[in-house]
Design a protein around this ligand. Structure first.
Ligand SMILES: Cc1cc2nc3c(=O)[nH]c(=O)nc-3n(C[C@H](O)[C@H](O)[C@H](O)COP(=O)(O)OP(=O)(O)OC[C@H]3O[C@@H](n4cnc5c(N)ncnc54)[C@H](O)[C@@H]3O)c2cc1C
Length: 461
């Protein structure tokens, strides 16, 4: 029988990789994990966590304004970008330490190096050039921002990675993209007082979301003062002294201190030695896996963003836990990618789970749409003109709730709980017999008694 240096070698110390390595090691397997940058990966180091801290920072401006309606006089306020960056960096370093502690506590070997495949069982540690062997390999190398190399002047632009480390807060920013990362950063920078323009080539931001959420958020962002240019693309970026000159497709011209490209992410598979190991990728470079996250090479698994299935932290972690069940617990388990609750940490937030109205109309013959739009109680005294939108989509035949969408404060928190109800297959009748929690915004979800309108064969009737 062949003997290997390790039972498991994990490439990539992000959400999926750390979970795979830690749990396998805690089961007594001999595990090593390699990370080329910082443990914690995208989510902890330059994704979800620092992003959410920035979101909080950017909301204080509105909190101070709102306070007046409640009788408070807030003294002169000022914002210190460098202080925020330092505090954020300290918290990220703390979290990185926790990730490493979890790994070493489980007896996984932590390697601070890039790793590349040599063959199906051999990995080269780039820092030392040493090779090691493993019975099983997990590739969890995530993704990176698409640099948009076709754009003249792309090298003058930044991605979300650099946005977390800007030396100075810019006075103005152009953000390119219509996905959640672009939208979230637009709200963050605007909230911190930066003149913000969002440029998106599509007809409406957040293409995969329900149309009411997309439109509602667009209007709310514009009302706050964010400029949104849809059906628009960048033609060229050039330097003009300290500033950047941006030419757009429709012959427009913009100037800004910073241009942030957020036009999607590409899988981290370049130079990984996949060909040498015989691992297949798709045309975008994502690793092709079966329902169990196994590649075409039986002892090599791939999970998380590098497989380009659903690019979210909890999904990468779930895929890692399914890998553990399949490989080490004799319990083959397929990751469940159905009905994933998620949030956009825009301002206002979007929380969503299940089908959009458009998808529901395509998949179900009869759909009941329950929709409420209202001013939240908190906005009455603050005088803020924002609206909340809540929407439930119900299959008219089975009465199952098949989609739930919220635009407004704490929508992400609500989506997490709604996710349980949709996963459990709750019907509209279950919602109706649930007592409201009063006074909350969420009570609207259980008090929308009559449909606002219905769809038959996808057409509003
Ligand atoms: C700005 C931003 C905001 C986000 N916000 C959210 C959010 O709010 N909620 C959410 O659920 N998701 C969010 N995400 C997505 C989330 O971060 C990813 O889905 C998640 O991190 C994927 O985990 P992963 O393990 O697949 O990869 P990653 O976390 O990206 O980890 C991969 C790791 O592998 C390392 N690596 C790559 N190649 C090698 C190599 N050859 N050798 C050694 N190491 C290597 C990388 O340095 C990286 O640390 C956000 C992402 C971004 C960019």
């Amino acid at each position: 029988m062949t003997s290997y240096d390790y039972d498991l070698f994990v490439i990539g110390g992000g959400s999926g990789g750390v979970r795979s390595a830690r749990v396998a090691a805690s089961l007594g397997k001999k595990v090593a994990i390699a990370e080329e940058y910082r443990y914690g990966g995208t989510c902890v180091i330059r994704g979800c966590v620092p992003k959410k801290l920035f979101v909080y920072a950017s909301q204080y401006h509105e909190h101070f304004e709102d306070a007046a309606g409640y009788g408070w006089t807030v003294g002169e306020s000022s914002f210190d970008w460098k202080k925020l960056i330092a505090a954020k960096d300290a918290e990220i370093t703390r979290l990185e330490g926790l990730y490493k502690k979890g790994l070493s506590g489980a007896n996984a070997e932590i390697l601070e190096t890039r790793a590349e495949l040599v063959d199906a069982h051999t990995v080269r540690l780039v820092n030392t050039g040493k090779t090691v062997t493993a019975k099983t390999i997990v590739i969890a190398t995530g993704g990176r921002p698409n640099p948009h190399e076709a754009l003249p002047g792309f090298e003058l632009c930044i991605s979300s990675n650099e946005a977390f480390h800007l030396e100075e807060l810019p006075k103005s920013i152009v953000i390119v993209g219509g996905g959640y990362i672009a939208v979230e950063f637009a709200n963050v920078f605007h909230g911190l007082g930066v003149e913000t323009t969002l440029v998106y080539r599509g007809a409406e931001i957040l293409s995969r979301f329900d149309h009411d959420m997309r439109r509602g958020l667009h209007e709310a962002m514009v009302a706050k003062g964010i400029r949104i240019l849809c059906h628009e693309m960048l033609k060229k970026v050039s330097k003009d002294g300290d500033r950047l000159e941006v030419e757009t497709l429709n012959n427009g011209s913009l100037t800004a201190d910073v241009v942030l490209l957020a036009i999607g992410r590409i899988p981290n598979t370049q130079g990984l030695g996949l060909e040498a190991a015989g691992v297949a990728t798709d045309p975008r470079g994502a690793i092709v896996v079966d329902d169990y996250s196994r590649t075409n090479v039986p002892n090599i698994y791939a999970l998380g963003d590098v497989t380009d299935r659903v690019q979210l932290t909890p999904v990468a972690i779930h895929e890692a836990m399914c890998f553990i069940e399949t490989e080490y617990k004799n319990n083959p388990t397929k990751p469940d990618h159905d009905t994933i609750a998620t949030a956009v940490f825009s301002q206002p937030e979007i929380g969503t789970v299940g089908l959009t109205e458009e998808e529901a109309g395509r998949r179900y013959k009869d759909v009941e749409v329950y929709r409420a739009q209202f001013r939240p109680l908190k906005a009455t005294l603050s005088g803020r003109s924002e609206k909340m939108i809540m929407k439930l989509l119900v299959d008219g035949t089975s009465r199952k709730v098949i989609g739930a969408h919220i635009l407004g404060h704490d929508a992400g928190e609500m989506a997490q709980l709604l996710g349980i109800t949709l996963k459990a297959g709750c019907t509209k009748d279950d919602f109706d017999r649930t007592m409201a929690v009063h006074p909350t915004a969420a009570e609207e979800l259980v008090t929308m008694y009559a449909p606002s309108y219905c769809l038959r064969d996808g057409v509003r009737v």
